[in-house]
Write a protein that binds this ligand. Structure first.
Ligand code: ADP
Ligand code: MG
Length: 303
């Protein structure tokens, strides 16, 4: 009867938009003790939009080396058109609007620094776009923006900075919507006795604001892409937990593979899907609950 129940379980999963790769993950899902959720594209829609921009000139009127807005946005758009990060899409879209769809300049050199941002050369100018922490590391002082940045981050927005030729130009806030069922799914999982953790490369304050909205109490933020798998391992080894990871990005793939059960968002990257045991086709986090319930029901039939 065992193989039959598993086949039935996998079939039922498929009916609910949950693709289970093997019998093993169906058997293991009922034992999950900790669920780690990526933020962008997993808890949120992953379709960020630019909501606020502030020029350094609004704060320090005589700040040196500030380029005109059209030059700035054409440079940002050009650089971000080379990036695959979800934020890049938002910045590119906004740059296109600001530059009235005039053709964006070509980029002479481009570099993506995982977890930090992008930089390169556009029309002879050195342009960087990224996190406050990275700007700090490069010796670019963004403290003038501090109060505003904190307010935006407390509202759940991600703030990035732009610099041209070593001069800070602007702060740009990007907002992403929480998926309709994320809070409900988190609550149900917690009621099932499972700890839910958020894992993100984004900053503490923004991560905490989004976590609060969906009822997640434990947040692992500012985690570099190459440290995400290690975080899963720590939960497995030090906390001795059976861990599931849910994610959508290329960055999440090693963590999805490291987890006891990796679950990919169906609308996410192929790499994340390939690294996972289960795919939630629609990306609705309620699918996690369904997968675990299916596992519990299937294994009950077997025993
Ligand atoms: P996440 O876990 O949210 O995918 P990442 O580690 O990919 O986070 O990125 C962390 C942070 O680095 C982002 O929140 C953003 O502030 C910055 N960043 C990454 N890529 C870009 C980019 N292309 N443009 C601007 N900022 C970026
Ligand atoms: Mg993501």
């Amino acid at each position: 009867a065992t193989p039959t129940s598993v086949t039935v379980g996998i079939g039922k999963g498929a009916e609910h938009g949950i693709l289970i790769k093997g019998a093993e993950s169906l058997e293991l899902a009922r034992k999950i003790q900790t669920i780690v959720l990526d933020k962008t594209g997993t808890i949120t829609q992953g379709k960020p939009v630019v909501t606020d921009t502030t020029s350094i000139l609004d704060l320090i009127p005589n700040s040196p080396g500030v380029v005109d807005p059209l030059t700035l946005w054409r440079s940002i758009g050009a650089l971000e058109s080379n990036s695959e990060h979800p934020l890049a899409e938002a910045l590119l879209q906004y740059a296109r609007e600001r530059s009235k769809d005039a053709q964006l300049p070509t980029v002479d050199r481009f570099e993506a620094i995982a977890g930090s941002g992008v930089k390169g050369s556009v029309e002879g100018r050195e342009v960087s776009i990224g996190t406050q922490r990275w700007f700090d590391e490069m010796g670019l002082d963004s403290s003038a923006f501090q109060a505003e940045q904190q307010a935006l981050e407390n509202a759940g927005k991600t703030v990035v900075f732009a610099a041209v030729d070593g001069h800070l130009q602007s702060a740009i806030a990007v907002a992403d919507t929480v998926k309709p069922n994320s809070a409900k799914a988190v609550q149900t999982l917690q009621k099932m006795g499972i700890e839910v953790i958020m894992l993100t490369g984004d900053n503490q304050r923004t991560a905490k604001a989004i976590a609060d909205r969906v009822g997640i109490k434990r947040v692992l933020a500012e985690v570099r892409p190459d440290q995400k798998a290690q975080m899963i391992q720590t939960l497995q080894v030090q906390e001795k937990k059976i861990v599931a990871m849910v994610g959508d990005g290329i960055n999440d793939a090693p963590a999805l593979a490291q987890a006891d059960v990796g679950m990919a968002i169906g609308t996410g990257t192929d790499v994340a899907i390939a690294a996972s045991d289960i795919t939630l086709i629609s990306g609705d986090l309620q699918g996690i609950v369904t997968a675990i319930r299916l596992s519990r029901a299937t294994m009950q039939n077997i025993q």
